[in-house]
Structures are given as structure tokens and as C-alpha cells.
Design a protein around this ligand. Structure first.
Ligand code: 5GP
Length: 120
């Protein structure tokens, strides 16, 4: 499937719609989720056009992959959730429950994330 240039995170990257920026570098943008599920709920995205974790893992450069993970660590420290912990989620595709087709990591902290997903 081709990358959808009209997805909401593509619009945020273009500056067509605003976001509350938390972190930015050459490869990464991070911003607050519009409907936070925990006191800290940051979305960390690559600036490149990658639909999901599979696309990113197959096609992103080593520099892009490293930058995304380095950004997660830095945001955890800067948001003071490194010590108490956080949940890092990358919903992927239909069964993963991914709504926005641009790879994003959710960082959820500031309160317990709760149990892992339920058994079926
Ligand atoms: P997904 O279900 O794809 O893993 O997560 C998409 C996330 O994007 C949701 O948590 C949702 O609240 C967030 N979101 C959707 N639209 C916007 C928006 O316009 N701005 C921001 N900051 N977050 C958004």
C-alpha cells in the first residue's frame, strides 16, 4: 500500500495542522497526543514517509532507526518518566489497531499503564 500523504501526522509534519512539540531533530518529531491516555502521552514519529513498523524496519536508514530510538530515551529522561517507567507502543496495521498510517511510538507514563492486552 502506498503511503497516504493526507494522513494526520503527514499534515503535522508539513505544518498544516499544529501540534504541541516535545522534541525534534533531523529525523524525528515528537508531540503530545491530542487525547492523552496517561499524564504523559507523547507520540514519536520519523520525519520520513513510513507507514508502519514493518515499512520502517525494512526501508529506513540506520541513521533514521537509531534517531527514533535515541529520541525515545531522551524524551523519557526529559519528561521524568525514565525512573517510574512507561509503556512504548507501536500499533501496527489492522490487527494492531493502528489508526494513523504513519509509524508512531506512543510513550505512556506518569501513571501505571495497566496489564498487557487481554487474552482472547
Ligand atoms: P494509533 O491508534 O494509530 O496507534 O494512534 C493514533 C493516535 O493519534 C491516537 O492516540 C490519537 O489520539 C492521536 N491523534 C489523532 N489525531 C491527532 C492530532 O491531530 N494531533 C495529535 N497530537 N494527536 C492525534
Amino acid at each position: 500500500m502506498a503511503y497516504d500523504d493526507n494522513n494526520v501526522f503527514a499534515k503535522i509534519l508539513r505544518g498544516d495542522i499544529p501540534c504541541r512539540k516535545v522534541y525534534e531533530d533531523d529525523h524525528v518529531l515528537a508531540f503530545e497526543d491530542i487525547e492523552p491516555k496517561r499524564p504523559v502521552h507523547v507520540l514519536v514519529i520519523p520525519k520520513g514517509k513510513y507507514e508502519d513498523a514493518t515499512d520502517f524496519g525494512e526501508n529506513a536508514s540506520d541513521a533514521e532507526i537509531a534517531a527514533l530510538h535515541r529520541a525515545v530515551a531522551r524524551i523519557a529522561r526529559d519528561s521524568n518518566i525514565d525512573g517510574t517507567g512507561y509503556r512504548l507502543i507501536a500499533n501496527t496495521g489492522a490487527n494492531g489497531g493502528q489508526e494513523v498510517p504513519h509509524l508512531h511510538f506512543h510513550m505512556l507514563g506518569g501513571a501505571p499503564a495497566g496489564p498487557m492486552i487481554k487474552n482472547q
